[in-house]
Design a protein around this ligand. Sequence first.
Ligand code: NDP
Ligand code: ZN
Length: 180
Amino acid sequence: ALSKVVKEIVRCTNFAALKHKDQRRKDKQQTPYVNHVIGVAHILVSEGGISDVSVIQAALLHDTVEDTDTSFYELQAEFGEDVANLVKEMTDDKSLPKAERKALQISHASQASYRAKLVKLADKLYNLRDLRRCTPEGWSEERVQEYFEWASQVVAGLRGTNQTMEDALDQLFMERGVEM
Ligand code: NDP
Ligand code: ZN
């Protein structure tokens, strides 16, 4: 029989796909947004060596509260308190101005739990690879470079968590000439 874990992961992936169905990435091809959250979960299992099911679920759900009509109560009811609390750690306060949210990601990174740090590392790794793959619609090279520099400051607060993902991030920062 299909294991309970596999069923939970598929249910969670389906939930994310439904929630993000109308959302697209910022690339020219308008890639479905759900590719991002599945990709983050894939980085955790394939590169991070992570087998903590709640962490993988949190990766799949990490942008649902921030970007869709999903509430924490809904996540709690569907996937339990552990997963909901991890997603909470991944969610920016959207009532704050963008610049403030970006600054808070830098100053709060080191206070995240170990498991939230894992998802944050995978999230940054995915987004930086996406930016290397292609420049989003309307972005200048300068803006891409600024994003790498901001990301390196967030990653500074996440270090000492997962060597493989941190090494992959360092490789990307080095390619861009970003100081670490
Ligand atoms: P971001 O600059 O934060 O956009 C990047 C975010 O978009 C990522 O963190 C990612 O978040 C998501 N994303 C979606 N598609 C892609 C993709 N293909 N590649 C990488 N990331 C993707 O936010 P905004 O676009 O809202 O811009 C606001 C900020 O940009 C301001 O802080 C401002 O200072 C700066 N800015 C700079 C300009 C410049 O020319 N230098 C011009 C205008 C703004 P997720 O993980 O949630 O998917
Ligand atoms: Zn994300």
